[in-house]
Design a protein around this ligand. Sequence first.
Ligand SMILES: *Cc1c(COP(=O)(O)O)cnc(C)c1O
Length: 385
Amino acid sequence: MNHRSIYLDHAATTAIDPRVREAMAPYLDRYFGNPSSVHRFGREARAAVEKAREILAEVISALPEEIVFTSSGTEANNLAITGFLEAQGGSPGHVITSAIEHPSVLNVCRYWSETRRDVIASCISVEQSGLVSPAVIEAAVSTRTRLISIMHCNNETGMIQPIEEIVEIARAHRCNVHSDAVQSFLKLPLNVRTMGLDLCTLSAHKIYGPKGIGALYVKRETPLQALLHGGPQEQWRRAGTENVAAIVGFAHAVQLGVEERENRLAHLQELENKFLETLQQLGCKYELNGLPENRVPGIMNLSFQEVLGADLLIALDLEGIVVSTGSACSSGVVEASYVINAMYQDGERAKRSIRVSFGKDNTLEEARRAAETLHRIVHTTQTHQ
Ligand SMILES: *Cc1c(COP(=O)(O)O)cnc(C)c1O
């Protein structure tokens, strides 16, 4: 990374922790066996995969056999929704999701409802706070509802969703619950048992692990049809030779994250405070998209009067400060955030929004410098309108 740049886009991805890279290295060459092989090379690799599975399972209070390793959080979300619906047999029925889900949930639901007459997907609206309302879910549930998929915390605003209440509604109507916990993982407690989740998505590269590895928690006896057919890997739920090094790295990133959780959370809070205090001291006016409470530390979404988020992103980038406009831009075209738009029903506010997401290795000095630069750019733009 350019040593002069300040990376504030950790909700998009994080740099791998050097300790994670070190833990992975032997599994790229020395222990290169195929975990399905019966000989000693295979057994070494198998042992590493199963150890990693135990680590992950224990952290979320699941059983090892309830963890399916996938190629990404995206694949885990696809497997959760499509795999669950396919396993319903003749009539998959009704799915409820929200307007602020990650595209790997939204577009799967959209695909199903557009291509299958027997599937209806309800994409419910959210409140201005960025919270999904349990009452709105309750109103959307019908006797045909099979699955409710609501994320644990949103990747653009950090807003924490009322999963426990949603699970209660689901239980009363005998439907299952999936939650995308990619952004909340290691920030919020995640006990799949006490939370009552049936399916839960995780990804490594948002927690200082490698890219290209995710996991799906599948509660025992939850019906699930594989998306990839082939060998018996992952108990027939995901064929293909396991990405052993990435799986080892994922588990190591999880272990470090658990050990360092309190320190990391406290540090993220300090970074956020320093950043906002600096903006306030400089008299920079901003709107926080979402609420100050019910938010995980480290992810902030801000709008500034008369300044487009896309312009701000580019001007900051020229000064070495890296933020995002929330939704990743496709084909280089930066579009207004659909999440912010869903909250405020205000396309202009959505176009003016940026996401600042801190990580464990940012310094307070970086937070202060980023806020100062941001203020300078916003102020210059506003006075030259
Ligand atoms: C990043 C992210 C994903 C996708 O995970 P990948 O491993 O990048 O495919 C899914 N959901 C949320 C909330 C995310 O932030």
